[in-house]
Design a protein around this ligand. Structure first.
Ligand code: ZN
Length: 352
């Protein structure tokens, strides 16, 4: 099912059907349902009795296969870490056998050793799939998600087929970070930008999911509703509260008090909280603007902003961003958090 904010894009994208392109790059911020949109598109194209608005019927043989993830003319190519996660989710909940862009890429210990890249072997398998005739005599659809996970060798191996795929093959590339995609891949695709849903629509939907404080979760997710839902259900709220209490204390924070507990959470999650907090602090300092991610902490952030050195705040944000990009989950996360906390405390000390 499409999310309420996706119907406009759905209507507009049907125009492409008249001259259906062979490679479509769906992109936009993480947590807005791009992957869901791509799956609806794929199922609608493979469905044997779609509705007038081109939505899949969910009842025909093709839809049944698609929903069971064994349609012979469909391929989903994603990193090993996400395939494993998908299988785990499907095992836990048979109604949830679609991969989600919002729970994907987990950094929990269970998944750490699995590849986060789309590898050459997977692309070779895909090229084999493209070279054979369709089982149902119609269209074949491939989803690559996230497209930026294609490593260089895999991306190069895909170029020729992406440019001139066999008749009836459609590639749907899904990306939250087009800048990380090789230009050679981007130039072979028709780009389709999926915008951030408006806040009212996102909040209505979150309320229908029966989560507490939907506005708080939506703000923290930067306006992305599926990311907000993940935040509401991730079970880390007490840890986050503990972290925010310490961050709120500024110069008086205790770098060691909650770092032991914090190491129970995935490092990328904690770094994300830290990054958003500092981003809000910097926004207030630089532009006097409103906090984007933690509006409920507005007064605390304003007070902290007055007592911190802007250059040091910017450096702190840079440091956290670098740490997050490194994704070195094998590092001792407690040491990393303590180091960042000491750095954070010093941005206030430098103002004294
Ligand atoms: Zn159908």
């Amino acid at each position: 099912m499409l999310y309420p904010w996706q119907y406009d894009d759905w209507r507009r994208i049907q125009v492409l059907r008249e001259h259906w392109i062979h490679a479509l790059l769906l992109h936009g911020q993480a947590g807005i349902g791009k992957m869901n949109f791509a799956c609806e598109l794929a199922q609608g194209l493979l469905c044997e009795q779609p509705s007038n608005s081109a939505l899949a019927c969910s009842e025909c043989a093709a839809c049944t296969w698609f929903l069971q993830r064994n349609h012979p003319d469909f391929r989903l190519v994603c990193p090993e870490v996400m395939t494993t996660q998908l299988n785990t989710n499907a095992h836990k909940n048979s109604n949830n056998n679609r991969i989600s862009e919002d729970t994907a890429g987990t950094s929990s210990k269970k998944f750490k050793s699995l590849s986060k890249e789309i590898k050459i072997e997977q692309v070779r398998g895909l090229l084999d799939f493209c070279s054979i005739s369709p089982h149902r005599g119609g269209r074949r659809v491939v989803i690559l998600f996230p497209a930026e996970a294609l490593n260089v060798v895999a991306a190069n191996a895909l170029l020729k087929t992406l440019e001139e795929p066999p008749s009836g093959v459609l590639f749907l590339l899904v990306s939250a970070d087009v800048k990380r995609l090789p230009k050679t891949i981007v130039s072979r695709c028709r780009q389709w930008f999926l915008a951030m849903p408006n806040a009212a629509s996102a909040l209505d939907w979150l309320r229908s999911q029966s989560i507490s404080n939907p506005a708080v979760a939506l703000a923290e997710a930067g306006g992305a509703p599926l990311a907000a839902l993940t935040i509401a259900h991730d079970g880390y709220a007490p840890l986050k509260r503990c972290l925010l209490e310490q961050l709120s204390a500024g110069l008086n924070c205790d770098p060691f008090s909650c770092c032991e507990a914090l190491q129970k959470a995935p490092m990328s999650l904690v770094l994300g909280w830290l990054q958003r907090w500092i981003y809000d602090l910097l926004t207030i300092q630089m532009s006097g603007g409103e906090p984007r991610y933690f509006p409920a902490c507005r007064e605390t952030l304003k007070h902290l902003a007055q007592n911190a050195e802007p250059f040091q705040v910017a450096q702190c944000l840079k440091r956290i961003t670098q740490q997050r990009a490194a994704e070195q989950d094998s590092l001792n996360s407690r040491l990393v958090f303590e180091g960042l906390f000491i750095y954070y405390r010093n941005i206030f000390r430098s103002k004294l």
